[in-house]
Design a protein around this ligand. Structure first.
Ligand code: HPA
Length: 234
């Protein structure tokens, strides 16, 4: 048990999938895992552990934004021994070639700041995904026929952004999509010698204004969960 996670030490698997939304953790665990057990509900941040094809997996909410993710990922790694951490979340598309429903595999995550900025000081650290996970996820997505993009994303600190010039620079430099968590997940994985990846479904589009209708969200998010699980155990 830690400050924010009520699970027993043996209740968290080495492989953890991290949706932002605790209810998406519940849905993903109940839909894709067997022998599912609720292992955390402190502050309503739900975590579940079960098995996928016989492999132990925890699916735990990260909350929204890097400070929240940092709390859970620090405790999952340092107190519970998590080794492979895969964010499964949504993002806003930032390139014309990216459509809603597409999957983005985040090779790198650009940011203005992360909770690790205080440690890095003058270092402009480049947070990047684990290559084996990235390659396995790309293979799994190709196998499923999911339209997938691999490249850089932007981990922002604000959803209601009032600096359109920043998004313009991201678009200009080929950034595929914007979300709010991956950069710090990659920083923490690098610091603690863990494997990390962010698998993202494009839920809305900053250039076109398109958005995934609510009745199609579940199906699209399901593809992302399967890609993450295939990658984790490839
Ligand atoms: N901004 C930040 N995070 C997001 C967005 C967005 O437009 N869409 C989904 N996650």
């Amino acid at each position: 048990m830690t400050i924010h996670i009520g699970a027993k030490p043996e209740d968290i698997a080495e492989t953890v999938l991290l949706p932002g939304d605790p209810y998406r953790a519940k849905w993903a665990a109940e839909t894709f895992l067997e022998d599912v057990k609720l292992v955390n509900e402190v502050r309503g941040m739900l975590g579940f552990t079960g098995t996928w094809k016989g492999n132990p997996v925890t699916i735990h909410g990260s909350g929204m934004g890097m400070p929240s993710l940092s709390i859970y990922v620090n405790e999952l790694i340092k107190d519970y021994g998590a080794k492979t951490l895969i964010r499964i979340g949504s993002c806003g598309g930032m390139q014309k070639k990216v459509d809603v429903r597409d999957v983005i595999l985040a090779m790198t995550a650009t940011s203005l700041n992360t909770p690790s900025s205080g440690i890095f000081k003058e270092i402009n650290f480049a947070p990047c995904a684990d290559y084996d996970l990235l390659r396995a996820a790309a293979d799994a997505a190709a196998q499923k026929g999911t339209k997938t993009h691999v490249g850089g994303i932007y981990s922002s600190d604000v959803f209601y952004d009032e600096r359109p010039d920043l998004n313009e620079q991201m678009v200009r430099h080929g950034i595929l999509g914007v979300e709010m968590e991956a950069a710090e997940l990659y920083n923490l994985a690098a610091r603690h010698n863990c494997r990390a990846l962010a698998v993202l479904t494009v839920s809305d589009h900053l250039l076109t204004g398109d958005a995934l209708p609510s009745d199609q969200r579940e199906r699209s998010f399901g593809d992302m969960v399967e890609i993450a699980l295939e990658a984790a155990f490839a």
